[in-house]
Design a binder for this molecule. Structure first.
Ligand SMILES: Cc1ncc(C[n+]2csc(CCOP(=O)(O)OP(=O)(O)O)c2C)c(N)n1
Length: 596
């Protein structure tokens, strides 16, 4: 970081944006800013650290891996956010002893002093989570006290540490202990000059670094360089002595998968049927056996999500090598921790719950994309067809929201082949999160689906010459479309399966046109969720733009018109409408390029 970058604070393309962003600034480990995320990330980092340490350490190399502490500096706001309660409760349960959190207890947030909304005993709360806690009463100037507390914390290896520092916001400025110290209170030249004076600095010097400070940091750099070269030497010795372990470690770091991934994934016979969540469980396990960096779990729905790695153990205080994480009912922390695990390197974390609960976890989900972290979201029970649990559990808007999120890959495979392909693509996207949506209910393995075709994100599943209409569907609605097309024997209908809109978008324009036609036939999209977004790919949309209902799945399908008979009638209407020239067809792939 150069002084010029500091001068460019919060300016376009600077490395000093308004909040720290790991994808922008080297050395920034996680993107924080939304309060609470950083602390929740750190629990994932500390977990990854313990796992790596236990998995790769040997008697002669006891401290080569994960031999460090994870430090967090957090404020009142972070501790008010629910996500940190979830994460820190789990950190205490798991005894993540190398995690050290320093709490800047200044009793001020934006709206005033914390007595207007935050009066609990935070220390007792953290004690009850199973943390080691300390309190430094003068966090403004008792440097010895702070150092002592950190050293104490380093000695406690079976519990995470929480150090409360009582501090004064804006210490030494005219707006001490005032919310205005957040920004505008110390933004004028005059206020900055006052502050410098109170610290014994020369107010006329800007961006000035004294020789004493320079020398100190030069020494830090030298020490760091020396430590790094020593560590690299020891790593080389480790690689020589333990080539197999080293190979595995490098594979984890590079996310190296078997060359022909398809060969290790399960195969399916057309005509058989199974829920895609079960097919997902098989693919996940096959990849997990081949790639030891796959680590994750569910927010208390592991059985329903089919998300356990059968050949691994549970990560616990007694077993740090387990790759199954029991997150408990903590969706938001689960996803924030996954961002932390991914940030650590060497791991592709996965998280699992019902698709609808993405809403609970979205604070972290959005940051997976912004911070370019490869996290697999294995979210099941992906539509109203989950049935009796009803509208509280049935996702409607979630897929649209995810597809609208920059950098997020969304997969909704229709069968086993598409499930395999979705995993293959998701594993290859090392700088993006992927959400894989799976059914609760059985779906048939399709006659004409293939792994290779599904790798393109969208493809022609059933074709006819000169189609009168194109049915475009995802997931469980693909087989409905195939059945509907079959029933309409006097109609010429193409069926397109689109397991991933984002992957389809990456294909050439020529390919996309070959799939969606050139406006020669109307396209009717079919997805059991909000129609929002499908306008880009279809002329008419059939979906669900209201909340669902509690009933058995076949009753819901019937009620909402997702049966071959009812969809067939809609198909006739669409063909009739455009056939009578009531509407003008257009080529959905033909668009001007607005980007320069
Ligand atoms: C999730 C989220 N909500 C709201 C904000 C806006 N915000 C920024 S700072 C802040 C107050 C933070 O108070 P505290 O953590 O005590 O920090 P300090 O006052 O010590 O700077 C708020 C509400 C945010 N950044 N993230």
């Amino acid at each position: 970081m150069t002084t010029d970058q500091l001068k460019n604070f919060r300016q376009l393309h600077s490395k000093t944006p308004g909040h720290p962003e790991n994808a922008v600034t080297e050395g920034v480990e996680v993107t924080t800013g939304p309060l609470g995320q950083g602390l929740a990330n750190s629990v994932g980092i500390a977990l990854a650290q313990e796992h790596l340490r236990s998995t790769f350490s040997t008697e002669d190399f006891p401290d080569l891996f994960g031999n460090h502490y994870t430090y967090v500096f957090c404020g009142d706001g972070c501790l008010m956010e629910g996500v940190t309660s979830e994460a820190c409760s789990l950190a205490g349960h798991l005894g993540l002893g190398r995690l050290i959190v320093i709490y800047d207890n200044n009793n001020i947030t934006i709206d005033g002093t914390t007595d207007i909304s935050f009066t609990e005993d935070v220390q007792k709360r953290y004690e009850s989570y199973g943390w080691h806690t300390q309190h430094v009463k003068n966090g403004n100037s008792d440097l010895d006290g702070i150092e002592k507390a950190i050293k104490n914390a380093q000695q406690v290896n079976d519990k995470p540490s929480f150090i409360i520092l009582d501090t004064t916001i804006g210490y030494g400025s005219k707006v001490e202990h005032k919310p205005s110290a957040h920004g505008y209170g110390i933004s004028s030249d005059e206020a900055v000059a006052e502050l410098k004076k109170s610290y014994g600095m020369d107010p006329s010097k800007k961006y000035y670094v004294s020789d004493e400070v320079k020398q100190y940091w030069d020494e830090v750099k030298q020490r760091g360089d020396k430590n790094a070269s020593q560590w690299n030497e020891r790593l080389a010795a480790f690689e020589k002595k333990y080539p197999e372990k080293a190979k595995e470690l490098h594979a984890m770091k590079q996310v190296t998968l078997p060359e022909n991934l398809k060969d290790i994934l399960p195969s399916y016979k057309p005509g058989t049927s199974e829920a895609t969540r079960k097919m997902s469980g098989k693919a996940l396990n096959a990849i997990g056996d081949a790639f030891k960096g796959l680590i994750g779990g569910s927010a208390d729905l592991a059985g329903s999500n089919c998300s356990k790695l059968a050949n691994s153990t549970d990560f616990s205080t007694k077993d740090r090598t387990g790759r199954n994480i029991n997150f408990g009912v903590r969706e938001h922390a689960m996803c924030a921790m996954a961002n932390g695990i991914a940030s650590y390197g060497c791991f592709v974390p996965y998280v699992a719950t019902f698709l609808n609960f993405m809403g609970y976890a979205w604070g972290a989900g959005r940051l997976s994309a912004l911070s370019e972290r490869q996290v697999l979201y294995i979210f099941t029970h992906d539509s109203v067809a989950l049935g009796e649990d009803g509208p509280t559990h049935q996702p409607i808007e979630i897929l649209s929201m995810l597809r609208a999120t920059p950098g997020f890959y969304v997969f909704r495979p229709a069968d086993g082949n598409e499930t395999n392909a979705s995993y293959a693509v998701a594993m290859s996207k090392t700088k993006s999160p992927s959400l894989l949506a799976f059914t609760r209910q059985n779906v048939p393995n399709l006659e004409n689906s293939t792994y290779e075709k599904a790798l393109k994100g969208g493809y022609i599943l059933e074709d006819v010459e000169n189609p009168e209409l194109i049915l475009l569907a995802t997931g469980s609605e693909v087989s409905l479309c195939v059945e509907t097309a079959k029933k309409l024997t006097n109609r010429r209908i193409r069926v397109v399966s689109m397991p991933s809109v984002e992957v389809f978008e990456e294909q050439s324009e020529e390919y996309r046109r070959s799939v969606l036609g050139n406006g020669s036939a109307p396209i009717l999209s079919v997805e059991a969720g909000a129609t929002h977004g499908w306008q880009k790919y279809s002329h008419v949309q059939f979906g669900i733009d209201h909340f669902g209902m509690s009933a058995p799945d076949n009753v819901i399908w019937e009620q909402l018109g997702f049966t071959p008979e009812k969809l067939g009638k809609k198909v006739e209407k669409v063909i009739g409408f455009y056939g009578n020239n009531q509407g003008q067809l257009y080529d959905v792939s033909a668009r001007p390029q607005l980007e320069e």
